[in-house]
Design a protein around this ligand. Sequence first.
Ligand code: SF4
Length: 312
Amino acid sequence: MLQQTRVEAVKGYYARFLAALPSIESLANASEDTCLKLWEGLGYYSRVRNLRKAAMEVVDKYQGKLPEDESLLAKLPGIGKYTAAAIASIAFQKKAVAVDGNLLRVFSRLTCSMLDVKEEKAKETCHQFLFERLEERPGDFNQALMDLGEIICLPHGVPKCDLCPFSDCCKAHMAKKELDYPILSKSKEKKKENKTVLLFSLKEQIAIRKRPEKGLLASLYEFPNLEGTYSQKEVKAYLEKNGISFTKVISLGNATHIFTHRIWKMKGYCVVLEKKIDDPSLLFVSKEELNHHYSLPSAFQYFLEIKRPQNM
Ligand code: SF4
């Protein structure tokens, strides 16, 4: 859960997830929909899919007991080098270095590294540098460096070098060039996509559909949507062309959702229907059913939360 997400944001989800699925076996036996629902709102849904697959593999291959070895852990779905090293060192006290952004920043400043921290080479060099210096208590070693990076060797703004145990050997500090490191190449610009989201409403029900099994937000539910930005007039023309009987089309405003590599600019409309649309991919559900049984990504939640007409 902590991959790409802050501790504060995760706490409630963590407690809820463990209360519902308290063991590796229970996770392995849970349906994908149950897991997605428990994850709803956390984003990066492939994490929970992989977590479930990893639990199934641990039950199958390791009699339900998580392997302690870093290389075996790294073979489980969703567990990369960082997570494998973090589990091996923190849970099992194995000698392993969990290189995250904090460790990379500390390493870059300590050594005045000219390597771009986005490149694999920087991670490998950082790993080797710290691995050679790791003598005991690997879990504490990693967590201390993570904390140092988060609290003292700050990512944004001036690091608190006067509180740092490395201030007398840190090359960047000695050269008074702390802010010149780490070296970071510019991120690629995120791709912008325009969408028109349609909330088809019929009495107390609303239409949703399941997204494809692969790709962005795979297997989650969504409100039907169209590529591009439609005006109210264009939405009406679209509905008429597709034989969808409606009484009103009401604008729900605009929303923006930022993903890792793309941005959705959305325009929403509530379409009050006269009768159900004849489309087997659409499910008409009550708001309560939607809340309890279907995983709706946050990108679409905006249109659910804003004030809509009485009959929705
Ligand atoms: S001395 Fe300053 S720049 Fe160097 S590692 Fe410590 S906090 Fe970071």
